[in-house]
Write a protein that binds this ligand. Structure first.
Ligand SMILES: *Cc1c(COP(=O)(O)O)cnc(C)c1O
Length: 368
C-alpha cells in the first residue's frame, strides 16, 4: 500500500532531541532560536517567530497587524478550515473570493470587487505548495493600503518570481506532522517588519517584555525546544525532500498528462511548486467520478486524498456565522467535487510512481 502521506523524521533529530532532554531546558530555548534563524534564512526574511502550531501562527499574524473586530479579511473558500478559524478567532470578518481553476489559488482578478471600506487584509493561500499570484495581489494591496497575510502552511520553500513565499507579506507556516516539514505540531510567522516581529514575540509569551512587565494581552503560544530540535533536523533536509517531491511529481505528470479526462497540476513558469500535494482534477464526463477513482486506486494499493471535499463556506457553522460573508464560488465548488491528490512524498520508492500511474490509467480504462 502506497500511502498519500508518510512521516519519516531524519535521524539527526534523535541526537538533537536527546540534547534537549539532557539539558533540562525543555521549553522555548536555544533550539527554538536556531530554528528561527534557519527558517528566516530559508524565507529570506529578517524575522521568523516560532509558535505552537500553524493555526495560531495565522491568528497571531492577524493580531500583530492590528486586525480585530470590524476588520475584513479576504481569503479563499477552497482551503483548510484553519485559515478561516484563525481569522474568526482574531475577531475579524472573513470574505471569500473564488479560486483560479488552474492554480486552485485565489482568483486575483476577482479580489478588488470584494474590497469594502472595512477590508484590511488579503490572505492568499499557497495551496498544495504552489504560490498564489503574488505580483497582482501586492499591487492591489498597495493601491488599497491593505496588509498581506500569506497562508504558506503547505508551501515551505516555494518560489514566486524567484522570491520565497512568506517574504511578500506576513508569512504563516505549519509544521504539523504531515506537512513538508514537521515538528509534530508547530508553526512559524515570517516578516521583514521589526514592529510586527516584536509584537509577535510579545503575543506568544503572555504579552511580556521582561519578567512581570506585561505590555499587551498575550497568549501562551510558545514552541518547545523538543519541537524545535525536530524542526532543526527537518529544516536541514528540506531542500533534498522538496527535490524528491518535485521529481516524483514530474514522473507522474510524464505518465498521466495525455489522459483527456484528467488534468495534471499546472506549474506557472514564474513559480516553483513544492508539491505538498500532487493534485489532479477529474473532469465531469470521465469514465468514473472522483470517489470511484479513489476507491479503484485503493484496491490497487494506492492511497489518495481529497483536499478538500467541501468549500469552507458550505459548512453551516460558517455559512450561518455573522462574521463570514456569503457568495457563490463555482470554481471552488467544482474543484471540491473533482480534485484528488496522489502520493508524491519523499518516502516513495522507485517503481511506486509506475504503480500509481498504471493504477490511475487502469481505473480510467486507458491502460497502455
Ligand atoms: C495545516 C494548515 C493550516 C494549519 O496548521 P496547523 O499547524 O495544523 O494548525 C493552515 N492553513 C493551511 C492551508 C493548512 O494546510
Amino acid at each position: 500500500m502506497i500511502p498519500v502521506s508518510s512521516v519519516s523524521v531524519p535521524s539527526a533529530a534523535e541526537g538533537y532531541v536527546l540534547e534537549v532532554l539532557r539539558s533540562g531546558h525543555l521549553a522555548q530555548g536555544e533550539f527554538t532560536e536556531r530554528l528561527e534563524a534557519g527558517f528566516a534564512d530559508l524565507c529570506d526574511v529578517k524575522h521568523a517567530v516560532a509558535v505552537s502550531n500553524g493555526t495560531v501562527s495565522l491568528e497571531l499574524a492577524a493580531v500583530a497587524l492590528g486586525i480585530g473586530p470590524g476588520d475584513e479579511v479576504i481569503t479563499s473558500p477552497f482551503t483548510f478550515v484553519a485559515t478561516v478559524n484563525a481569522m474568526l478567532n482574531a475577531g475579524a470578518t472573513v470574505r471569500f473570493v473564488d479560486i483560479d481553476p488552474v492554480t486552485y489559488c485565489l482568483d486575483v482578478s476577482q479580489v478588488e470587487a470584494a474590497i469594502t471600506p472595512a477590508t484590511v487584509t488579503i490572505a492568499p493561500v499557497h495551496l498544495y505548495g504552489l504560490a498564489a499570484d503574488m505580483a497582482p495581489l501586492m499591487a492591489i494591496a498597495l493601491r488599497h493600503s491593505l496588509a498581506i497575510i500569506e497562508d504558506a502552511a503547505q508551501a515551505h520553500g516555494a518560489l514566486y518570481k524567484g522570491a520565497r513565499v512568506g517574504s511578500f507579506g506576513v508569512g504563516s507556516f505549519s509544521f504539523y506532522a504531515t506537512k513538508n516539514m514537521t515538528t509534530g505540531e508547530g508553526g512559524m510567522v515570517t516578516t521583514n517588519d521589526d514592529a510586527v516581529a516584536d509584537r509577535l514575540r510579545l503575543l506568544r509569551n503572555q504579552g511580556m517584555r521582561a519578567r512581570y512587565e506585561y505590555e499587551m494581552v498575550g497568549r501562551n503560544a510558545r514552541m518547545t525546544d523538543l519541537q524545535a530540535a525536530v524542526g532543526t533536523a527537518e529544516l536541514e533536509i528540506l531542500p533534498e525532500r522538496i527535490e524528491r517531491r518535485r521529481a516524483n511529481a514530474a514522473g507522474l505528470t510524464e505518465q498521466l498528462d495525455d489522459l483527456e479526462t484528467l488534468v495534471v497540476p499546472f506549474i506557472p513558469a514564474d513559480r516553483e511548486h513544492v508539491f505538498h500535494q500532487y493534485t489532479v482534477r477529474l473532469q465531469d464526463g470521465a469514465p468514473v467520478d472522483r470517489d470511484e477513482l479513489s476507491a479503484r486506486l485503493l484496491a490497487a494499493g494506492v492511497g489518495s486524498g481529497v483536499y478538500y471535499p467541501r468549500t469552507v463556506h458550505g459548512y453551516s457553522c460558517f455559512s450561518g456565522h455573522p462574521r463570514v460573508g456569503g457568495g457563490v464560488f463555482p470554481e471552488a465548488e467544482r474543484a471540491a467535487r473533482q480534485v484528488l491528490s496522489l502520493p508524491v512524498h519523499p518516502q516513495i520508492a522507485s517503481g511506486d510512481i509506475d504503480q500509481i500511474a498504471t493504477a490511475v490509467r487502469e481505473a480510467l480504462g486507458d491502460a497502455r
